[in-house]
Design a protein around this ligand. Sequence first.
Ligand code: AMP
Ligand code: MN
Ligand code: MN
Ligand code: MN
Length: 277
Amino acid sequence: MQEKFDLHCHSTASDGALSPKEVVQRAKQQGVTSLALTDHDTINGQKEAAKTAQSNNIKFIPGIEISTTWENKCFHIVGLNIDPTNTTLTSGIKKLQDLRTERAIKIAQKLEKKRVPNAYEAVVKAANGGMITRSHFADFLYSEHYVSSRQQAFDRYLGKGKSAFVSTIWADLPKAIDWIIQAGGVAVVAHPLRYNLTASWLKRFLSSFKEVGGQGIEVVTGRSSPEEIRRTLQYAKQYELAASVGSDFHTPDNQWVELGRLAPLPDSIKPVWELFG
Ligand code: AMP
Ligand code: MN
Ligand code: MN
Ligand code: MN
């Protein structure tokens, strides 16, 4: 059987539409043979996903996507092959979970000033115990017809510098990488071309990331063009990072992103799974 890796996706434990069980079942249907569930700042979906993977004969790699701040900019770091019960990791992310609640309250207050009431109650309900993310606010703004698309919710309210944006200092980059390493995992830069950075800033970031123990970079993501894959491959080689592949699947409603639907990884680079013990 041909191997198919997908090492980045989301469930209802954060901003995904499917439960951990449903994510794994869908991955199986899509022919994925190795899956990592990487919810934002939480490991809460891991147990259910691992159990479902076992009964569906999929290899499960425990994962997480940690929100970090470096030089005042937000970067997402995927931790792969972690021990989700490691207490350094779980106590580290606890602070981020509290920060997410505090931020959600502030976002709702800003929305209220823009004549959008009741957002906090709505996102708490929608998140249903999972992490509250800006996606939940976007869904609320869209379903209540304040905007005509989720993208417009980011463009008008939630995006950086917009009226309901709350600047947040997430985990310190070296600390987050240390939590991942302490938990036996491999730290990977998520979607490196999605930070709106100049090449020189991105290179500075990758250099720091490597220096503090980062080992991988996503070379192929759900919507990568051939040109983007070439560019990211260059960065992987320049900074001697192993290559990861991950769709960043959130919902079946997005026809452009599907579990396991990924361009092939160029064979001139070391795949990140060779680093899993
Ligand atoms: P948060 O981590 O709470 O700031 O939420 C970030 C999440 O919102 C990301 O993981 C995406 O799922 C989603 N997101 C961020 N920016 C956009 C955007 N411009 N359009 C649509 N979704 C976005
Ligand atoms: Mn997300
Ligand atoms: Mn991300
Ligand atoms: Mn993601």
